[in-house]
Design a protein around this ligand. Sequence first.
Ligand SMILES: Cc1ncc(COP(=O)(O)O)c(C=O)c1O
Length: 418
Amino acid sequence: MTNLPFLPYGRQSVEEEDIAAVAAVLRGDWLTQGPAVAAFERALAARVGAAEAVACANATAALRLAYTALGIGPGDAVVVPSNTFLATASAARHAGAEVAFADVDPDSGLMGVAEAEAAIARAAKAGWRVRALAPVHYAGQTAQMAGLAALARAEGLALVEDAAHAIGTVDLSGGDLPGMMDGGERPVGAGWREVEAGSLTVFSFHPVKTIAAGEGGAVTGNDPALMARVRRLCNHGMRRTPEPGEGFADPDAALDAEGNANPWYYEMAEPGFNHRLSDIHAALVLSQLGRLDRFVERRARLMALYADRLAPLAPLVRPPALVPWCRPAWHLCAARIDFDAARRPRSAVMAGLRALGVGTQVHYIPVHRQPYWRRRYGDLALPGAMNHYAHTLSLPLFPAMADGDVERVAAALERVLS
Ligand SMILES: Cc1ncc(COP(=O)(O)O)c(C=O)c1O
């Protein structure tokens, strides 16, 4: 067992090499906009098989950059599963768009094709122009991507994958899809080049996620023009050099008498943000990226132990439902518990576990139930998301957990439910 008196539901793993990487930045010349950010972007793109990565302040910023770079705005709508963190929807709203909430499978918590189609139909009724699907790879398993990518392609929609939970996950569904360019294994972040309206993936490096920056996020993609726009928007909408094939918007201000770009010159193509990642954060997450495989392996081992140890507690407690179309890098151990049958409200179970040194959390309150969205859209009926919410409880899962900690959690659960 770990010597942690309390097991939180998630926790970062920081080692001496991470501390050394951050200290090296602090001793160097660049705290931001320096080489650590560029090195992290190259390493992340290579790791996930994308042409390019843009690092940014967090996944909320990454989502905002993705939606805005795709030109999504007022009158448009984004399809977002209700079983997600607030940010997937809020970022669309900040871009001016409406959110067409989709239902999810009550067991896996993932949006499927039928749920996305139903959300598109509701959006059409409301008079919104649906522009993108934003599937969420909940807990580290991919949404039904081959089907969703085919739907996006057929409907002329963009794909913004919210992979805040899923760095290191590999999607296996592409091979099933006729007409897809490259079938078989596809790391999350490689994107779906087949989706002509645009395909971007968003990651979070919050400390409970698989690799940590403290605060950090990224957008990955393959379309050079789209990624150039993401990069520009991340840094005030500024550019110092024109995009390939374009001149400066204001050549008189940009160029000297010999036609060379003035060294101080920058121009704003459109209003942007300061969503940059600092080099301090980038150094930490780059160092962590080097251990991603180890983290994923350790999480897989802990999940296998949970599956074995929770099996005798069925049907009261069931481990997360597995989907066949991915090799997950598990972020959450979202167990499913029948609190009614156990005659224990979830709050009492959580309090009982806490008293025994076991932290838990609920992922998620369906976003469409939030007061803001209810005021905006009324009470939507999304029974899959409500069913998932009623039964879910995230148990401790982080790489520093020892095998014996799974026993500790399961024994505590048994005790609290008995
Ligand atoms: C599914 C999902 N999307 C987006 C976010 C936002 O990530 P960040 O905290 O990096 O802004 C989170 C964070 O919890 C998340 O879980």
